[in-house]
Design a protein around this ligand. Structure first.
Ligand code: NAD
Length: 459
């Protein structure tokens, strides 16, 4: 029970009326439940894939995909020679490697590509891949700039290829359970939501290791720049591209987008229509041109699947409380919270009748008036219900052997085989990325941004 909830119960329990009313009917239970799953991870028909962008996430993605029987990684593409060599060490020396993604796309024996490049290459490679007949697993955020989003959505439509965006958390059992609980109406009316990421480490703040052999010989620098401003070779820009708006999308594009994906999958929401963000560069003064602290507020309009509500997202890269975060949906009768791989449902339903006493004006009345008031109250509410009808907590956790990243790939491959729909297609991906990128726009332009989540365009 939280401090405020404890204080609230203590306050109301202190009143003369409530001392009798609250009694034994206040139910407080705590249940811990391990979630069950029926997903079939036994394998699929032969699927040849290639990884484009073999950095930290490229390796993670290729490991997750090839953990499914029947999936063969046959080629990798990257701009740093060390990562191409490493992909042979990890996935086998027969893997074909190249610095030119077009070579991958022109091969007829590749069914699907996994794109895990820096953000500024996402749209270009994804569209080229679909036009070359490949299914696409594309890392979040789907695009570098909001305006590029519809071209990816349109390419998915015109080519009929499967697109899965890489916020793998949406395939977790926790989000699916949260969706089920939300749909059942247990939270009452949703009024507010909040989520955050707190970090306190150099890696957490994107100061990734730079190999000692980084040079223009080992790195295809001009290809890396692509459409970005032409500048001389800079290994920090190559290995720590997130720190620079020219290639990355800041904390919003990196992390808000995961929070939106989770929020939207649970609520079946298309997203917010008004965005305001603030923040600053508070600690990591390493030359970056993006903030390391960001707070943003989002207004969600009423839709068929939710009431109008407000969302607050926060990222802090120098949190003195240590690493962590939260994810919370607050309804009038319950709160859903995700902490780590646990989902908690706390329920507290307010009584239909009003209360008196405790922190109230009742005690300021004369004794005679208090007696009169009690008489009046009993006549008006002969059977007052308890102030809090239910107070309970249920905790759900994923089984240890469940891997949401693998499940996300299983869904991708099943979608390619026509057995399921991709949980995170390009429209879903754009609806998660656009408000994140709009938060950047709001921060840099110091103004609220309006977004049309239905038609997916800036207003
Ligand atoms: N889903 C997740 O949980 C998650 C986690 C981390 C990163 N990501 C996303 O994955 C992507 C990669 O992030 P990272 O941390 O692996 O970065 P990284 O810097 O470790 O790797 C990026 C790689 O892309 C390569 N690259 C860049 N442009 C290329 C091009 N035109 N052709 C071929 N290769 C190219 C680079 O050589 C580099 O090795 C980003 O979009 C990021 O947002 C997602």
């Amino acid at each position: 029970m939280s401090q405020s909830r404890r204080n609230f119960v203590k306050t109301i329990a202190g009143s003369s009326f409530l001392a009798t009313a609250i009694g034994k009917d206040l139910l407080t239970t705590k249940k811990e439940i391990t979630l069950d799953y029926k997903a079939d991870f036994n394998g699929i028909e032969d699927m040849n894939i290639a990884g484009i962008g073999m950095g930290i996430m490229g390796f993670n993605n290729c490991r997750a995909a090839t953990s499914i029987k029947g999936v063969n990684l046959i080629a990798t593409c990257d701009l740093y020679q060390g990562r191409l060599d490493r992909s042979k060490e990890v996935f086998g020396k027969n893997i074909y490697t190249t610095r030119n993604y077009q070579e991958i796309l022109s091969r007829n024996d590749i069914n699907a590509v996994i794109i895990s490049t820096a953000d500024h290459w996402h749209n270009k490679i994804a569209i080229a891949a679909m036009n070359a007949g490949k299914h696409v697993y594309l890392e979040k955020p789907i695009v570098h700039h909001i305006e590029q989003g519809m071209s990816v959505v349109n390419a998915e439509k015109s080519t009929g290829k499967v697109v899965q965006i890489g916020s793998q958390g949406v395939s977790s059992l926790i989000y699916q359970k949260a969706k089920e609980i939300y749909k059942s109406g247990e939270l009452g009316k949703l009024v507010m939501a909040e989520a955050s990421f707190n970090r306190q480490s150099s890696n957490g703040a994107w100061q990734y290791s730079i190999p000692t052999d980084a040079s223009e010989e080992t790195i295809d620098w001009s290809r890396f720049l692509g459409d970005a401003p032409k500048i001389p070779f800079n290994k920090e820009h190559f290995f720590r591209w997130r720190n620079f708006q020219e290639y990355g999308t800041g904390v919003a594009g990196d992390l808000f987008v995961h929070l939106f994906s989770g929020m939207h999958v649970i609520l079946s929401s298309l997203g917010p229509n008004k965005i305001f963000a603030t923040g600053g560069l508070r600690y990591w003064n390493d030359g970056r041109n993006v903030p390391d602290v960001m707070l943003a507020v989002f207004d969600y309009p009423k839709t068929e699947s939710h009431e109008a509500f407000n969302l607050i997202l926060k990222v802090n890269f120098i949190d003195g409380g240590g690493e962590g975060g939260n994810f919370k949906l607050m309804g009038t009768e319950g709160v859903l919270e995700i902490v780590g791989n646990k989902l908690m449902l706390t329920k507290s339903k307010m009584s239909d009748s009003p209360t008196y006493g405790g922190w109230d004006s009742f005690d300021t009345f004369t004794e005679a008036q208090q007696k009169e008031y009690v008489k009046w109250f009993k006549a008006k509410y002969p059977n007052p219900s308890k102030p809090i009808k239910i107070a309970s907590k249920e905790v759900y956790k994923e089984p240890n052997n469940f891997d949401s990243h693998k499940a996300h790939y299983m869904n991708f491959f099943n979608a390619i085989m026509g057995k399921e729909k991709a949980i995170e297609n390009s429209s879903f991906g754009l609806r998660a990325a656009a408000p994140s990128l709009a938060a950047n726009k709001s921060y840099f332009e110091s103004r609220p941004i309006s977004w049309d989540p239905v038609n997916m365009k800036l207003v």
